[in-house]
Design a protein around this ligand. Structure first.
Ligand code: B3K
Ligand code: ZN
Length: 868
């Protein structure tokens, strides 16, 4: 590579030398040569008269100051230096860009037949030279010019204020956004779409036009997104007292998109995966995903857009908070317990894994080479857990007071994480001094608890110790302020009131020291503790539970999450002990009592089906791998498979009965209906392992009237490697080969195929007419799922999985580095495998490192991994 990329550090933040108060943009759109004219009103802020603008891959056509040609400038590697500027001036810059050649999908590019943009984090600099940083907030006026027939819809942020025709059948539309915003929130879309329209009246009476733009012919798949948007707008008024602030809200679904969606002011651009759904094409999980992402982007209008980030190190200010808000939205609308379970699975799986990887970083990173590498589960999901802990400490009322103060202080500005915590602290009077460490300390704390009951004194002591192991980015760790939610039970299930020093105490303990003992009084008998209820902090809990305590909590805990967690701890115990058994050449064993506990859950008529489905779902290979310093890929796979088989064999009758009872004739997406399908399909996944499997799976595939049941059958056939797998897969492909988005489900099954010849099939599947390595969704589905979720085949001792990964990553490094950088993660943890595998993976990383066009995205990860 030409120059070694340099990291930027949080501590080096400096105010900009200039600001831009207003910008008028004109786009003359052509596939390979689009002219961008940017007229900015520039103001000098200090003494510096030189303005350094960011820019990448631009052809500069003209520079003018106050209307006259300006020659005092130099084009740099990644920018433009303009010298001797007056303190205030009108700066005109004309650049030429090639949207069609833009395969990185950052800046202005073509997705299918449409033009669209993606500017976060630093994509605006691929459109024009600009102060491309989030603390420069300007008012945008944007004129878009394009061929009218090919691009009847010309969209940008804000309100449409004028339109007209030019020559040669071209037309133009002018948009004005009254809210000052940073460049990363700019958006432009031009194309031909079908539009789903609706209207929303805000609590103060503002009428908002809602428009969802989808590819022609997809109108019957836009309804759920619209319903979700209206629900989100209403929810944010009710729960957060926040309402929308423009007269129009647009969502555009595009097929080529690097991530889920983007919250551009008034004009969200979405990966079509998070918009398009009907019962024939989308699963229940897809429906819930749409609700959550539509909500997330909408909630950003306040937490992200109205108050934005001062610099990119503060990303969690908007992302952690907005994830917290979208999780609350989904929990208020659906099942709180199921949502919590799924969010906790993400923390315990991918987030803990990231902490243990060479890419470990705090939720507010200290140094960054490529910002796009920091849109991580740590910044997002752990960031949300940190907000959730503040919510736990302050309570809903205190938290909402904090939110009000935060908006009072920072609306219309670019703020920091510190600003947010201060607002929470000032509004509630609760001391968050030590709590702030969650922003700067990386890694997963382990909380080890021991208990001691004194029958004579009737006291119960819980000793809590916290340790955070060093991480690659940070060796020294300090004790954190951990809200530790507990409950104590008597044997008959009665809850024991917590008392210390003669007074009742709250069930959320403030753990602040490395080692701390809490003594509870008036405890009449040896209690059973329920610890870290609701997963009140993102930590690993260690407590030496006996099996009967866990089976007790599975039934008696008053909190559904705690019941599920007890079941998971019980499973974890036997997964661990069986991994050892297998390593010693012994068979996998599951005690009768454990099987009985799960039988009890399955037959319970007091638990919701959706919740039972979660109780019966084993942790996946990745989550279990995270428990070990050195991962025994094959032993873990063997154990997970055998435990599932034993549960299937022992509970076959109960699974069968539940499966048949839960049959529904009509498809609805009511939460209760979703829950029943979830449980029924979990039953099917077990039944697939019994001798009824072939018949049941085939029958469900043939008779399904919705995609959830179709996919459940196909997925069961895939995991259990049933004989009907091939014919089902062929049938599906024949039916859907014209529709990439629907084919993604099929590509994922090919990617996660447990068969030993999976890789050969994946390579062949890359020639499938619906597949293209240019499309991020296709790539992630087929190739990404193989890297991340097919442990046994990806880590095959032959090294063929790693070699394949190397080839793909080298290709994507040139075409789309952001996608490459997401896919590489499983390789970064190479030190966690045996020496042979380590050497094989390392070789691929070294080859990547040697590329002369290695993108910053991969450079940052590869070098960290090799250094580690
Ligand atoms: N803010 C965008 C993510 C941008 C990612 C840039 N690589 C979506 C979201 O979090 O809502
Ligand atoms: Zn977001």
């Amino acid at each position: 590579m030409a120059q070694t990329p340099q990291a930027k550090h949080r501590k080096d933040y400096k105010q900009p030398s200039h600001t831009i108060t207003d910008i008028e943009l004109t786009f003359d759109l052509h596939d390979t040569a689009t002219t961008v004219t940017a007229v900015s009103y520039v103001k000098q802020l200090g003494n510096e008269t030189t303005l350094n603008l960011d820019g990448e891959g631009l052809k500069l056509e003209a520079v003018k100051v106050d209307g006259a040609d300006w020659h005092e400038y130099t084009e740099l590697d990644a920018g433009l230096e303009i010298r001797d500027l007056p303190a205030e001036c009108e700066l005109t810059i004309v650049t030429l860009i090639n949207p069609e050649a833009n395969t990185a999908l950052e800046g202005l590019y073509k997705s299918g037949g449409a033009f669209c943009t993606q500017c976060e984090a630093e994509g605006f600099r691929r459109i024009t030279y600009y102060l491309d940083r989030p603390d420069v907030l300007a008012k945008y006026t944007t004129t878009v010019i394009a061929d009218k027939q090919q691009y009847p819809f010309l969209l940008s942020n804000g309100n449409r204020i004028e339109e007209g025709m030019t020559d040669n059948g071209r037309h133009w539309v002018k948009w004005q956004d009254p809210h000052p915003k940073p460049s990363y929130l700019f958006a432009l879309v031009a194309g031909d779409f079908d539009v789903r329209r609706d209207e929303y009246q805000t609590q103060s009476g503002r009428k908002v036009a809602l428009e969802i733009f989808v590819d022609k012919g997809n109108l019957d798949r836009a309804n759920h997104a619209m319903v979700s948007l209206i629900n989100a707008m209403k929810w944010d008024e009710e729960r957060f007292d926040l309402e929308y602030d423009l007269d129009i809200y647009m969502v555009v679904a595009v097929d080529f998109f690097n991530m889920g969606a983007m919250e551009n002011k008034g004009l969200n651009v979405f990966n079509s995966k998070y918009v398009l759904a009907n019962n024939q094409t989308a699963t229940d999980t897809d429906y819930l995903g749409i609700e959550s992402v539509i909500g997330h982007e909408y909630f950003h209008n306040w937490t992200g857009n109205r108050v934005t980030c001062r610099d990119w190190f503060q990303l969690s200010l908007k992302e952690g908070l907005t994830v917290f808000r979208d999780q609350e939205f989904s929990s208020d609308l659906g099942s709180r317990a199921v949502n919590r379970i799924n969010n906790v699975r993400i923390i315990r799986g991918p987030q803990f894994a990231e902490d243990a990887s060479p890419m470990s970083h705090p939720i507010r990173p200290e140094q960054v080479i490529e910002m796009n590498n920091f849109y991580t589960v740590t910044v997002y999901e752990k960031g949300s857990e940190v907000i959730r802990m503040m919510h736990t400490l302050l309570g809903e009322e205190g938290f909402q007071k904090g939110m009000k103060l935060y908006f009072e202080r920072h609306d219309g500005t670019a703020a920091t994480c510190e600003d947010f915590v201060s607002a929470m602290e000032d509004a509630s009077g609760i001391d968050l001094k030590q709590f702030r460490l969650w922003y700067s300390q990386s890694g997963t704390p382990t909380v080890t608890v021991s208990s001691d009951y004194d029958a004579q004194a009737k006291t119960y002591a819980l000793t809590v110790e916290q340790v955070t192991e060093p991480t690659q980015d940070q060796k020294e760790k300090q004790p954190l302020h951990i809200p530790f939610d507990i409950e104590l039970y008597e044997k008959d299930g009665k809850v024991i009131e917590l008392q210390c020093n003669g007074k009742p105490v709250h069930h959320v303990l403030d753990v602040k020291e490395a080692k701390q003992t809490f003594v509870f009084e008036n405890v009449a008998e040896q209690p059973i503790p329920s610890l870290l209820r609701e997963f009140s902090a993102p930590v690993k809990l260690v407590y030496d539970y006996q099996d009967d305590e866990l089976t007790f909590l599975m039934v008696h805990s008053r909190n559904e999450f705690a019941r599920w967690d007890a079941g998971q701890m019980l499973l974890a115990k036997y997964i661990r002990s069986n991994v050892e058994q297998v390593q010693n050449g012994k068979a996998v064993e599951l005690p009768e009592a454990v099987i009985d506990a799960f039988r009890g859950v399955l037959l319970s008529d007091e638990l919701e089906p959706a919740f039972i489905a979660e109780m019966l779902s084993l942790p996946n290979h990745n989550e279990v791998s995270g428990w070990y310093k050195t991962v025994d890929v094959d032993a873990i796979a063997t154990v997970l498979k055998a435990i599932k088989q034993q549960l299937a064999d022992n509970l076959a009758d109960e699974f069968g009965a539940t499966y048949h009872t839960l049959k529904q004739t009509e498809y609805t997406i009511e939460h209760a209906a979703i829950g029943k399908r979830a449980l029924r399909n979990v039953c099917l996944s077990y039944l697939a392992l019994t001798d009824q499997g072939e018949a049941l799976v085939k029958a469900q595939y043939d008779s399904a009237n919705n995609m959830t049941d179709t996919m459940a059958a196909m997925s069961a056939a895939n995991s259990a490697q049933l004989a009907c797998r091939a014919s089902i897969m062929e049938d599906y492909s024949n039916k859907w080969k014209h529709d990439g988005l629907v084919m993604d489900k099929w590509f994922i099954l090919q990617g996660t195929n447990p068969a030993s010849d999976a890789l050969a099939n994946i390579k062949a599947t890359m020639n499938h007419e619906a597949f293209s390595l240019k499309n991020p969704n296709r790539t992630r589905s087929l190739v990404g799922s193989f890297f991340a979720n097919n442990a046994v085949n990806f880590h095959a001792k032959s090294g063929e999985g790693y070699r394949f990964a190397g080839e793909i990553l080298r290709e994507l490094n040139s075409s789309n580095p952001q996608v490459a950088s997401r896919l590489i993660d499983p390789l970064l943890k190479f030190r966690r495998y045996d020496e042979e595998r380590q050497a094989l993976i390392k070789k691929e990383l070294e080859t990547l490192k040697g590329l002369d066009n290695l993108a910053n995205d991969l450079y940052e990860k590869v070098t960290k991994a090799l250094e580690g």
